[in-house]
Write a protein that binds this ligand. Structure first.
Ligand code: HPA
Length: 273
């Protein structure tokens, strides 16, 4: 928890503003319109959505730490979209299981908001509960269940989470690919994968996707007033749904295999935002 955001007297929103100022200064882009967090399997989208005008190591931006996981990138990119808008691509996600605290988890989202972004695209690699989602399906997140027992909101901050994953943006995504299915994302703390019993619990609760990110970030994005699009790459069927044990390598491999296809899909969706 010795992350700079957790020091006494730190205001996480002030910190995000400082991070956004650093991005402005280094990228020379005054306002970013859209922000994307690219999770496992989605990284290539950054190359497809437009022209990279700046790439900054995350370690040079206040409050960002190097990603803990091999296979996750570590830079913040500014991309000029064909529409003339600018996208901020966050390749450095801090996961709740890294134990830097929830402020660190949502710092990138708050920074994106402070950089001007009105739309937050959150992507991840995740386990699927629906058996028909075999083979690297990309699915839309329709809602979430937050099982981290945490929140990025501090104090008596009561915020509505209805339509958190914008219906409008889901419909826009379906204009690109009408076959896109959707489901409820269940964020577990991790870093262990779920037990088959936990997957059954998630299913009984109404969940369809299990993972270790996104829900906390979406809450912070809503607090910041952003419109949210959430997408999961189903890298594997969740524990007990698939009969073989899960492995991080399997997740990485599935991501690599699907990367070209889902990144192209995401690029087409981003072009409509
Ligand atoms: N569970 C949680 N997180 C994941 C999974 C999973 O099955 N696959 C990829 N990330």
């Amino acid at each position: 928890m010795e992350h700079p955001l957790n020091a006494p007297d730190v205001d996480p929103f002030e910190f995000a503003k400082r991070a956004a100022d650093a991005i402005r200064e280094k990228s020379q882009i005054e306002t970013h319109d859209i922000a994307l967090t690219l999770g496992s399997g989605w990284a290539k989208a950054a190359d497809l959505i437009g022209e990279t005008v700046s790439e900054i190591p995350a370690s040079e931006i206040p409050g960002f730490v190097k990603p803990a996981v091999v296979g996750h990138v570590g830079t913040i990119r500014s991309i000029l979209l064909p529409s003339g808008k600018h996208a901020l691509v966050i390749g450095a996600r801090t996961h709740f299981y890294e134990n830097h605290g929830v402020r660190a988890v949502v710092h990138s989202v708050r920074t994106a908001a402070a950089a001007g972004a009105k739309t937050m695209v959150l992507t991840n690699g995740a386990g699927g509960i629906k058996p028909e989602w075999q083979g690297g399906a990309a699915v839309l997140i329709s809602d979430h269940i937050n099982l981290t027992a945490s929140s990025p909101l501090e104090g008596a901050t009561f915020i509505d989470l209805t339509n958190l994953y914008s219906k409008r943006l889901r419909e826009l995504a379906r204009e690109v690919d009408p076959s896109l299915d959707e489901g409820v994302y269940v964020q577990f703390r991790g870093p262990h994968y779920e037990t088959p019993a936990e997957v059954q619990m998630a299913k009984t609760m109404g969940g369809h996707i299990v993972g270790m990110s996104t829900a906390l970030e979406a809450i912070a994005a809503r607090q910041a007033g952003m419109e949210i699009l959430g997408m999961s790459l189903i890298t594997n069927l969740a524990a007990g749904i698939q009969q073989t044990p899960l492995s991080h390598q399997e997740v990485i491999d599935a991501g690599k295999q699907a990367e070209e296809r889902i990144s192209a899909l995401l690029a087409q969706i981003v072009a409509k935002l």
